[in-house]
Design a protein around this ligand. Structure first.
Ligand SMILES: C[C@](O)(C(=O)O)[C@H](CC(=O)O)C(=O)O
Length: 524
């Protein structure tokens, strides 16, 4: 064994103690002080290497934090959309101050095997897109500054001066598997430039899109562990990256396991004497019938209820009140059964095994209360809360945010708008409310960051399709008149393009040659 002197050991101990103190001081800064960790600075110091490398995303994360806090104070919001292409991002910078890297969009456009939003692409797909966008932002900032600095002060007022260094918020999906993948993807996202990361409570790979079935969530405890793992990783790195705790429980229909009693209230069971759903579906397939139709018939016959509903259905008001007085958040099914027996004098028929799916999922019925419970649980470790929706219900949105704010008045929220949402009056959307939805969400509910993740797929598709039609029908004549002439005459600045040397980096690369040949390249 290598001999280690006392001097070495003491220096090592001092460096460790210094690191603990530095972490404790860091956690007192305005950006960090609201976070309540379930572990000590000593634990984090012990998980660090002897050198903590500076995290490139931290400056952007602090910028994002200040930006969002300011919006929160003013009742306004930062609006952005999803992007995976640095060229597009360079144009977004002229109107937006943040950019979103969507997992769904990355799944379509950033891997060799495109597909629907299943997060079934390699776990480092989104980090690589973040890397590409982050580096392109840095490059645009560099070439813009070089161009400006080649001009004298008095000539610079009329030059372009965009803030390309837009904080990037990245889709961490469900962490891509186990805890170690969650740690690795967080590390990659923060190292590659993500100023914010969102994590959700979805099960990996179980989204359904066309058969009318809702999403599958993981137990509350698994979700809480994901959030904890991300915060832990960010702390190990000393990263300021913001953590958006997204909850996909709205309209979720399944849960992977009943390991956590906090979920038991929402799991559905059969209250009638029926065969297991899987058996019925397998019999339908074996006899050449539709499994989906067999499922629909089974659901209609099984008397599906939550345990509380099952109790309510078999007792009077007094008995139900007595039952309710015995149960609360986190009361397990076996405790609920005992409380029901005590209140009604009989066992209540309820079997949550019978409706289980082929993948073993349990049937689940969420309410706004479920989402609030999950969101409150992970709020102390995260920076923003986000209840993800399939379609917008204003009443639910209002109830969720107002309940959250009654517990956490300073809380900041994120929200994603869909590409083809209907905004019906029946869901609380008056025309006036729809028109001003983004502003209302910001002012009334503190939703400081709002994204349309799939804007590229609809909004930009529309532009490309129109452009492709024009080019194939009119060729260079059409291009000259409808694109080039318009782009070049745009005021106060030409539209960016390959011929615009400042934007495409022509000036920068020529400046490299000049500098190497010994020329003074500043302010000629
Ligand atoms: C935001 C999202 O995570 C994404 O990948 O962009 C998706 C988008 C969508 O499916 O509409 C999500 O909300 O799950």
């Amino acid at each position: 064994m290598q001999y280690q002197s006392n001097d070495f050991l003491e220096a090592e101990q001092k460096s460790f103690d210094d690191s603990v103190r530095a972490i404790e001081e860091w956690w007192k800064t305005p950006r960090q002080q609201h976070i309540k960790r379930p572990y000590s600075a000593k634990t984090i110091a012990a998980l660090r290497g002897s050198e903590t490398l500076p995290c490139v995303s931290s400056a952007a994360a602090l910028k994002l934090w200040d930006m969002l806090r300011e919006h929160r104070a003013k009742g306004t919001a930062e609006l952005t959309f999803g992007a995976t292409d640095p060229v597009a991002v360079s144009q977004m910078a002229k109107h937006m101050r943040t950019v979103y890297v969507s997992g769904g969009l990355s799944g379509f456009s950033e891997n060799s095997y495109p597909g629907m939003d299943h997060a079934d692409y390699p776990w480092d797909t989104v980090p690589k897109v973040v890397d590409k966008i982050f580096r392109s932002e840095v490059w645009h900032d560099q070439r813009q500054r070089q161009f400006r600095m080649s001009h004298k002060l008095e000539d610079r007022t009329s030059l372009e001066n965009w803030d390309y260094l837009m904080p990037i918020i990245a889709d961490g999906d469900m962490g891509f598997g186990s805890l170690t993948t969650t740690l690795k993807s967080t590390k990659a996202l923060a190292e590659f430039g993500a100023a914010g990361i969102h994590i959700d409570d979805l099960a990996i790979g179980l989204k359904k899109f066309t058969v009318g079935q809702g999403r599958t969530v993981v137990p509350t405890s698994e979700y809480a562990d994901r959030v904890k793992a991300i915060r832990l990783q960010l702390d190990i790195m000393g990263a300021e990256t913001l953590l958006f705790a997204r909850c996909d429980t709205d309209h979720a229909e399944f849960i992977t396991s009943v390991v956590d009693p906090r979920d038991h209230e929402y799991v559905l069971g059969a209250t009638k004497d029926v065969k297991p759903l899987q058996q019925v579906m397998n019999e339908a397939i074996a006899s050449g019938n539709s499994a989906l139709e067999a499922r629909t018939r089974w659901i209609a016959s099984a008397g599906l209820k939550s345990f509380d509903e099952a109790v309510q259905a078999v007792c009077n008001n007094d008995q139900f009140n007595k039952y309710q007085a015995q149960v609360s958040y986190g009361t397990s099914l076996s405790q609920r059964r005992a409380a029901a027996r005590a209140a009604t004098g009989a066992d209540v028929a309820f079997d949550w095994e019978l409706p289980r799916s082929q993948n073993g999922q349990y049937m689940f019925r969420q309410t706004v209360k479920t989402i609030v419970e999950r969101a409150l649980l992970v709020a102390p470790l995260s920076d923003l809360s986000w209840s993800r929706m399939d379609s917008p219900n204003y009443h639910d949105i209002k109830e969720y945010h107002e309940t959250m704010l009654s517990h956490l008045p300073e809380r900041m929220f994120a929200f994603a708008w869909g590409g083809e949402w209907p905004f019906p009056e029946s869901a609380g959307w008056t025309p006036e409310r729809r028109k001003n939805a983004s502003a209302i969400m910001a002012k009334d509910f503190g939703v400081v960051w709002q994204v349309q993740p799939m804007y590229m797929i609809q909004g930009v598709n529309m532009e490309i399709e129109r452009s492709a039609e024009m080019w194939t029908e009119e060729g260079i004549g059409g291009y000259y008149e409808k694109i080039q002439t318009v782009a070049v005459s745009r005021k106060p600045f030409k539209v960016d393009g390959y011929e615009k040397m400042s934007w495409c980096g022509g000036h920068l690369s020529d400046a490299f040659f000049a500098a190497v040949s010994g020329e003074e390249i500043s302010q000629r």
